[in-house]
Design a protein around this ligand. Structure first.
Ligand code: PBG
Ligand code: MG
Length: 353
């Protein structure tokens, strides 16, 4: 047969009749455009859909009260004081976005070589978790585990002699995860890419009786230029020394992503993530097909900035580019997407009914 799936073309060698009724009509049996002829017809054959359930909304936190600060490289995204984060949490609830992700801008005076503020049970993230959970206990909260918002050098781990120390870092990450979980965080999301951190965090959570706290592992996280605006947002862009290529993955690799994901699953990850998003849809598809785990993509700050900047310049239709990019994650196998577009996309989805 000429084609593997669909209608066997040879079997359709029925007489087509001679002389088309319509002048100049091609003698075509198969016309794929028929299924696209109207919106209702396109809806009938649509293979993937985006809903508000697919969205995780990342928020940036800053110390203070009633404070909102624009982030220059992320037009439309702000740093929020805890009370304002609670306001946005209410918006998430109304928009039926299931989960927020929290990232702190740590005051420079609180940053040090060891990132000690990460394990302060009253740090900005923990304050926000408590405040949001108090008002909206049914809203999911995800907390990032890594030291970069807290270290003076901007790295995700501890450094000695210019090297990132894996095992010593994991010990600190475990304490960071515990203070977040004890504050009420639902999903611990290690983004540091140290080896063995998922197992260590799972063991510590279980030992503490925090059996229901989930782990979403940033399992295949690449060393990427697309994190630039995020580093502005959390204030690590200027201080970061060197790059993160000894722990984040080489963007040339995909087999390695499968090995990373397999390890994190075996260590106890409940969900896995591929990051960045759009430039790595091939990785996302392989991960989903290989492991059939709840699999998430992070449409990172640089991806957001590209679309937002082009839209603000009138170079593309921002809303359509946003929706198309989010649907692409679904098509590639994602169960959900962390995206700064989350509230805007949710508003659009709900206005469409
Ligand atoms: N480890 C921290 C972390 N968690 C999420 C992002 C990036 C998110 C984004 O760009 O939107 C980063 C930055 C980094 O690894 O340098
Ligand atoms: Mg790993």
């Amino acid at each position: 047969m000429a084609i593997k799936y669909g209608r066997p073309i040879e079997l359709r060698e029925v007489a087509r009749g001679t002389g088309a009724v319509v002048p100049h009509a091609l003698d075509l049996t198969v016309r794929p455009r028929r299924n696209r002829k109207a919106e209702w017809a396109r809806r009938m054959v649509r293979e993937n859909v985006l809903t508000t359930d697919d969205l995780i909304w990342p928020l940036f936190l800053i110390d203070g009260n009633n404070k909102r600060e624009q982030i220059a490289s992320m037009p439309g995204v702000e740093r929020l004081s805890v009370d304002q984060a609670v306001v946005e949490a209410e918006r998430a609830m109304k928009l039926t976005i299931p989960c927020l992700a929290l990232f702190p801008y740590t005051d420079p005076s609180l940053r040090d070589e060891e990132g000690s503020e990460a394990t302060n049970p009253n740090n900005l993230v923990c304050q926000a978790v408590r405040a949001i959970k108090k008002e909206f206990p049914d809203l999911g909260i995800l907390c990032d585990v890594a030291l970069d918002p807290f270290t003076s050098h901007g790295h995700d781990g501890l450094i000695a002699d210019g090297k990132i120390l894996n095992d010593e870092t994991v010990a600190v990450l475990v304490r960071q995860a515990l203070v977040q979980a004890e504050a009420g965080c639902d999903i611990i999301a290690p983004s540091d890419m140290m080896d063995g951190r998922v197992a260590a965090i799972r063991e510590a959570l279980d030992r503490t009786g925090l059996l229901d706290v989930q782990i979403m592992a940033y399992a295949a996280k690449y060393a990427s230029a697309f994190y630039g605006p995020f580093r502005d947002a959390i204030g690590s862009a200027k201080t970061l020394t060197g790059d993160k290529r000894t722990y984040q993955m080489d963007s040339a690799n995909t087999d390695e992503a499968l090995r990373e994901v397999e390890l994190d699953i075996s260590e106890g990850a409940d969900m896995v993530m591929v990051k960045p998003g759009m430039p790595y849809l091939d990785v996302l598809r392989r991960v989903k097909d290989t492991f059939a785990m709840p699999t998430f993509a992070y449409q990172v700050s640089g991806e957001y900035a590209m679309i937002a900047a082009a839209a603000n310049n009138g170079w593309l239709d921002g809303d359509r580019a946003m929706m198309e990019s989010l649907l692409a994650f679904k098509r590639a196998g994602a169960d959900g997407v962390l995206s700064y577009f989350a509230p805007k996309a949710a508003e659009k989805l709900r206005s469409q009914g």
